[in-house]
Design a protein around this ligand. Sequence first.
Ligand code: UD1
Ligand code: UDP
Length: 361
Amino acid sequence: MKIVTVIGARPQFIKSAPVSLSFRPGIDEIVVHTGQHYDPEMTEVFFADLELPPPAYNLDVRSGPHGAQTGRMLERLEKILEQENPDWVLVYGDTNSTLAGALAAVKLHIRVAHVEAGLRSFDRRMPEEVNRILTDHASELLLAPTVGAVHNLGQEGIAGSRVHLVGDVMYDAVLQHTARALRVSTVLDRICVQPQGYVLATVHRAGNTDDREAMRAIFEGLLQVSTAVPVVVPLHPRTRKSLLDAGMLEAVAKGLTVVDPMGYFDMLTLEHHACLVATDSGGVQKEAFFHGVPCVTLRAETEWIELLASGWNRLVPPLGGAVGTSILSALAESRPTERPSGIFGDGNAAGAIAALLANYR
Ligand code: UD1
Ligand code: UDP
């Protein structure tokens, strides 16, 4: 059996790693990197940390408006899929690379399997929401990470033997790599912070970086927090550019511990030892929970609703002065005592996915 895996953005390298490892002999996996992310700290570092072989193809599409970027991917993917003629195209998450992989495949009558199917924010202004909905509707096999995701698919008429609750591959990855990360990473020494002595923050969502008011609300809030506790910010290139364009980068770099995007092992280590995580990332919200660290999500909604109910995550829309005060009050509270188990599967989502792909008729 031949599977073409299409990945291209940072979280997809991480999500695909446990699945690629789970493929048994007899499954020929061909990895196509769209090149959506291309800076070494957004791509190569993950192939190195996760010991992934280099992709068979790199489409080198790089950045651009949605239509142009997705269009370049489609054109190049179509040629490769015609040439490789796989049994499956496997896509992850909700980026433009996900949509391009699904669309190129379904038009060629190649079956699509979608890892992280069924997540919804119910905000169609998010590019990711559009990507998720279209990808789910183009997919033959829907690999849902949570019960809520299965429910969302049912609401859209996608149910039955195509839908499988497999758990979350990001949970698998955290279980597989945290011990090693904590052993080898020197990040705390390099950036001069102590365990439990800092807040870790990441911001990259288009709604937060392209909207000046939202970006100002977030970074002014983080600067307020930094008067009480250091705030470490591995800065996504998109956010660096937006801060620079807004004339805010200098003040932010002065008040916060701004660093380049981190490799996976350094990031796991920073998450593990943080006293609190503040983020608009989907992956980082969950990873905070996996490490038992409370999270403030800098958005009005989240796809990972399960963490809100248990008190490990709270939503803080980036409006006015709410961000700083909310993070400071979250820091003052004690951590929830209960950590619900099983929400994200049993740590073997990847094995379940590999088995479904191999046996699906
Ligand atoms: C993309 C995904 C988002 C995901 C995120 C993970 C879409 C629509 N968005 O957002 O869902 O959460 O990846 O990180 O697919 N840039 C660089 N170097 C790089 C990559 C990007 O400088 O290696 C800069 C460019 O200025 C680019 C901007 O970042 O225009 C945005 O990159 P893009 O891949 O379009 O979207 P992300 O914000 O990274
Ligand atoms: N990540 C990382 N270094 C960073 C920021 C994030 O290794 O500087 C990892 C993080 O641990 C998680 C994934 O990247 O596994 C999340 O990706 P991102 O926040 O870019 O995208 P999202 O999850 O929001 O789609």
